[in-house]
Design a protein around this ligand. Structure first.
Ligand SMILES: [Zn+2]
Length: 239
């Protein structure tokens, strides 16, 4: 019912001022969800507290961490959502960890179907920011977040047909540019996470990496001397 009202209101957002539009959004999404870790002031009607807890617990368990308080904010206006980040129109949600605390911003594309995967993905970023800082290499972070949050499968046949990057370490942020380019970076990063998971037990690798650079362990613990060569072979094998 509330959602329907919002859909009707959305038609007016083109000419209403941004502020008014946000006020209407907040009014339509006024249900607060609060767990030990998450404060979500404007959750949509279909979302239940237990679902938020389940996703949070799964990611915390995998990364062995109790998340410090996260504010999770929903946006029904794409325009308002894009004002809080710089990742451009293809980002579905964004996580921020800073001196002011941690927050997750959920764009209009997040829905009942993809919530667990998207929210789980952003929580991985939060835990990396709170616990691992810069120990996890940037080229792995997006893929790791996808992998741990079960966000879709890698299409290895497609990946094998794309030109290989000169160096997979270049797959790091910023994730900008064409949709195809961004998609490649995410999928290649996820393929790298899957490769590490197969080669050396990802959980142990992550555990070793608290306050120490993971890149060193990829050589010593996983026995991968040449990351690019290993990646090419992995994609060829899996395609
Ligand atoms: Zn991400």
């Amino acid at each position: 019912m509330i959602i329907q009202a919002w859909i009707r209101f959305q038609g007016y957002c083109g000419w209403l001022s941004g502020v008014l539009c946000v006020l209407i959004s907040v009014g339509a999404f006024a249900k607060e969800i609060k767990t030990n870790e998450i404060v979500m002031p404007n959750a949509p009607d279909w979302l239940k507290q237990t679902r938020v807890e389940q996703v949070t617990n799964r990611i915390q368990h995998k990364l062995e961490w109790s998340t410090r308080r996260v504010h999770a904010i929903w946006y029904t206006s794409q325009e308002e959502f894009e004002k809080v980040h710089t990742l451009g129109p293809f980002a579905a949600a964004v996580a921020k960890v800073g001196a002011q605390g941690s927050s997750i911003h959920l764009g209009p594309g997040v829905d009942q179907e993809n919530f667990d995967a998207v929210f789980g993905h952003e929580l991985v970023h939060i835990v990396i920011g709170q616990k691992y800082k810069d120990a996890i290499p940037k080229w792995l972070e997006e893929g790791l977040a996808n992998h741990l949050a079960n966000r879709g499968k890698v299409d290895y046949a497609w990946l094998a047909k794309q030109p290989f990057p000169d160096d997979v370490r270049d797959l790091a942020h910023p994730f900008r540019g064409s949709a195809a380019g961004i998609s490649y970076r995410y999928k290649a990063s996820q393929a790298l996470a899957e490769m590490l998971s197969k080669r050396c037990e990802l959980e142990n690798l992550i555990r070793l990496s608290v306050q120490r650079k993971m890149e060193n362990y990829i050589q010593t613990y996983c026995g991968i001397a040449d990351l690019n060569k290993a990646f090419r072979e992995w994609v060829q094998k899996k395609k």
